[in-house]
Design a protein around this ligand. Sequence first.
Ligand SMILES: [Zn+2]
Length: 111
Amino acid sequence: MVRNAERKDKTIMRRKALKRIGKKGLENLKYKALLKEMDLPQRCEVGLSGCMIGLFLTVAHRHKRSHYKTAEELADIKQIIIACTLCHDTIENDKELTESVFNKLRGDEQN
Ligand SMILES: [Zn+2]
């Protein structure tokens, strides 16, 4: 009986955890799994002045996070570049620079 109660508790806990993660959280997990499968560069692709090249690499997106609705959109190679934190921060605050960097590295979004 004790065992059954324990199992029931675990099931409830798991269900609660999933509820807490929510739909957005699940998409985020899926996105991370998709990224892992991709053969992404191991160095910064932006290379602005002061670039840290192979250190502190992050994934930079073409648009703000809220633009993307699914994990597949978020992990689309046309929508992401590998950038060191310095380059990431620099382009993030400059919409035009972000667009020109993406167009140069990944081509126009529509093509
Ligand atoms: Zn960089």
